[in-house]
Design a protein around this ligand. Structure first.
Ligand SMILES: Nc1ncnc2c1ncn2[C@@H]1O[C@H](COP(=O)(O)OP(=O)(O)OP(=O)(O)O)[C@@H](O)[C@H]1O
Ligand SMILES: [Zn+2]
Length: 489
C-alpha cells in the first residue's frame, strides 16, 4: 500500500508526510504514567491515541518498536525542582516501600490498559532501572559545557544552551518571557537562572529514593529519563516521540535540550501531542484531584457517574474525537459513545449474516478510499468513524433489501470492517460487563443497607459477617464521607 500517512509535527506546527528514518523499521517513544495512583480517564487518551498509531503503522507493514516508560523516580510534586518525589510521598502515606507502590500501580495500570484493548508496548523501561545511563548523559552534558554543579546538584544551563542552540523551539516559549515569569517565583539560590532545570538533585537526609553518583548521593531530574531511555532503545535519532500536550513544556522542551546538549543534534523527527481530557473545562489530573479512575468508569462507582461505562465505550469515546482536540467528560457524551459503539458492533454481526447477490448497487471501493484518507490525514478518527457509519447504513440497507451487494464487494466490505474496526481502531466485542457491574453494585448496596441496619441494632455478628463475605467474594469496601466506595480486588 502506498504510504500517504501525514502526521502533525508539533515541532514544525504542520502536517508532514510520515517518512521513517530507516524503513521498514519505526521507532516510537511515548511518555508513560508516574505510577503513584490509579489510571484515570485522562491516561486512557495517550494510551489509546498511540495504540491507534502503533496499530496503523503495523497495519501499513512497518516493523514498529514501541517504547513506553514507567516513571518511578524523580517526578517531584508540582513538576518543579523542589518538593517531595510523588512516589515516595505516596509510599510514606501508605507505609510501603516506594517500589511496592510502583509495582502495585503498574499492575493495575496494565490491567486497565488490557481492558481498553491497547497492545502492550515492545519495551517498558523504568527510570529507576536506568540510573547509570542517566548519569552518563549528565557527564556528557557537563563535558560539553551545558550544565554546572552547585551544592551537590547538577543544573542544566539554559542561557548558555540558548546562546548556541534554541531553547523553546518546541513550545514556542521565549527565553526572555521565561526569565520574567520565573524570576520571582523561585527561591532556589543554587541555580544561576530560575529557569535552569535539575539533571541531578542532592538527596536530603529524609529523601528515601537515592543513588550514589560522582556528585554525591541523589536522584535524577524527571526530564532526564525520557531523553535517555528513548535513545537507549531506539537509537541516536528515531522517528516519533509522543505524549500529552501538558508535557510539551517543560518536559519535552527539556528533553530536546538535553539530547542536543549531549550530542549536538536532535533525537526526534516527529513530535506528536494528544490534547487533554477535561472535566468542567479543566485538565483531569491526579494531582488536581478532579479525576475519574478507569475502574470507577467501568463499575459506575463514582458520584459523578450516572451509570457504568464499558471499556469499549470508553475507547470509542476517546476515538470519536480527534486526538488534537480537547475532550470534555460528560455522561451525555459517554452515553452517546455507548450507543455509537453498540450500533457499530450490531452492524458487524449483521455483516456476517449478509448474503451476496448477482446484482450490486453499492460503492465499497469509494468507502474504502475514504476510510484510508481519513486515517492518513493525521489519524482523523472522527471522520473515519463517520465513514464507517456510512458503511453501517449500507449494511443495514442490504439487510433490509433496499440495496444489493455482489460477492466481490461483500468480501471487500467484510475486510474493510475487519481491518478498521478491529485491527486499527482496536475495538472488540464484549460481554455486557457494564450491565453486570451495575447489577453487582445494586447487590452490594442491598448488603450494605442490611449491614447499616445491623449496626444500628448493635448486631455486630451480622455486620461483621457481611463485611467478611464481601471480602471473601473479592470486594473491597472503603468508607468515605458520603458513604462508601467498592472495588474489585
Ligand atoms: N487529562 C489528561 N488528558 C490527556 N492526557 C493526559 C491527561 N492526564 C495525563 N495525561 C497524559 O498521561 C501520561 C501520564 O501522565 P501522568 O502520570 O503525569 O498523569 P497526571 O494525572 O497528569 O499526573 P499528575 O497530576 O501527577 O501530573 C502523560 O502522557 C500525560 O500527558
Ligand atoms: Zn517523558
Amino acid at each position: 500500500m502506498e504510504n500517504k500517512l501525514t502526521i502533525y509535527n508539533t515541532l514544525s506546527r504542520k502536517k508532514e508526510l510520515f517518512e521513517p528514518i530507516n524503513p521498514p523499521f519505526v521507532g516510537l517513544y511515548v511518555c508513560g504514567p508516574t505510577v503513584y495512583g490509579d489510571a484515570h480517564l485522562g491516561h486512557a487518551r495517550p494510551a489509546i491515541t498511540f495504540d491507534l498509531l502503533f496499530r496503523y503503522l503495523k497495519f501499513m507493514g512497518y516493523r514498529v518498536r514501541y517504547v513506553r516508560n514507567i516513571t518511578d523516580v524523580g517526578h517531584l510534586v508540582n513538576d518543579a525542582d523542589e518538593g517531595e518525589d510523588k512516589i515516595a510521598k505516596k509510599a510514606k502515606l501508605e507505609q510501603l516501600e516506594p517500589m511496592e507502590v510502583v509495582q502495585f500501580y503498574s499492575n493495575r495500570y496494565h490491567k486497565n490498559m488490557e481492558q481498553l484493548n491497547t497492545l502492550p508496548p515492545s519495551i517498558e523501561p523504568h527510570a529507576s532501572g536506568h540510573i547509570i545511563e542517566q548519569q552518563e548523559l549528565i557527564k556528557q552534558i557537563i563535558e560539553n559545557g551545558f550544565a554546572y554543579e552547585s551544592e551537590g546538584n547538577i543544573y542544566f544551563d539554559v542561557e548558555r544552551y540558548n546562546q548556541k542552540y534554541h531553547y523553546g523551539k518546541l513550545s514556542g516559549r521565549k527565553i526572555d518571557e521565561l526569565f520574567a515569569n520565573t524570576r520571582e517565583l523561585s527561591g532556589q539560590q543554587e541555580k544561576r537562572n530560575p529557569f535552569d532545570f535539575a539533571l541531578w538533585k542532592k538527596a536530603s537526609p529524609e529523601h528515601i529514593m537515592r543513588w550514589p553518583s560522582p556528585w554525591g548521593v541523589g536522584f535524577p531530574g524527571w526530564h532526564l529519563e525520557c531523553s535517555c531511555m528513548s535513545q537507549k532503545y531506539l537509537g541516536e535519532t528515531f522517528d516519533i516521540h509522543g505524549g500529552g500536550l501538558d508535557l510539551q513544556f517543560p518536559h519535552h522542551e527539556c528533553e530536546i535540550a538535553q539530547n542536543v546538549a549531549a550530542q549536538g543534534h536532535e533525537a526526534v523527527k516527529y513530535w506528536m501531542h494528544n490534547n487533554m481530557v477535561t472535566i468542567n473545562g479543566q485538565k483531569m489530573g491526579k494531582s488536581l484531584g478532579n479525576f475519574i479512575t478507569l475502574d470507577q468508569l467501568f463499575t459506575g462507582n463514582n458520584n459523578v457517574l450516572e451509570q457504568a461505562y464499558s471499556a469499549m465505550t470508553v475507547r470509542f469515546f476517546i476515538l470519536q474525537a480527534h486526538y488534537r482536540s480537547p475532550l470534555d467528560f460528560s455522561n451525555e457524551a459517554l452515553k452517546a459513545a455507548e450507543k455509537g459503539y453498540e450500533r457499530m458492533m450490531a452492524a458487524v454481526s449483521q455483516l456476517n449474516r449478509l448474503k451476496a447477490s448477482n446484482e450490486n448497487t453499492v460503492d465499497i471501493a469509494t468507502l474504502q478510499t475514504n476510510c484510508f484518507e481519513a486515517m492518513n490525514d493525521d489519524l482523523n478518527t472522527p471522520i473515519l468513524i463517520a465513514h464507517l457509519f456510512e458503511g453501517v447504513r449500507i449494511i443495514n440497507s442490504i439487510a433490509a433489501g433496499s440495496e444489493k451487494i455482489n460477492a466481490e464487494n461483500l468480501e471487500m466490505l467484510k475486510n474493510l470492517f475487519h481491518s478498521f474496526v478491529f485491527d486499527i481502531l482496536g475495538l472488540k466485542g464484549e460481554e455486557d460487563s457494564s450491565a453486570s457491574n451495575q447489577a453487582l453494585g445494586k447487590v452490594i448496596d442491598a448488603m450494605m443497607n442490611v449491614r447499616k441496619t445491623a449496626r444500628a441494632n448493635k448486631d455486630w455478628a451480622t455486620s461483621d459477617s457481611i463485611r467478611d463475605e464481601l471480602k471473601n467474594a473479592g470486594i473491597q469496601i472503603k468508607d468515605t464521607k458520603d458513604g462508601y466506595e467498592w472495588s474489585l480486588e
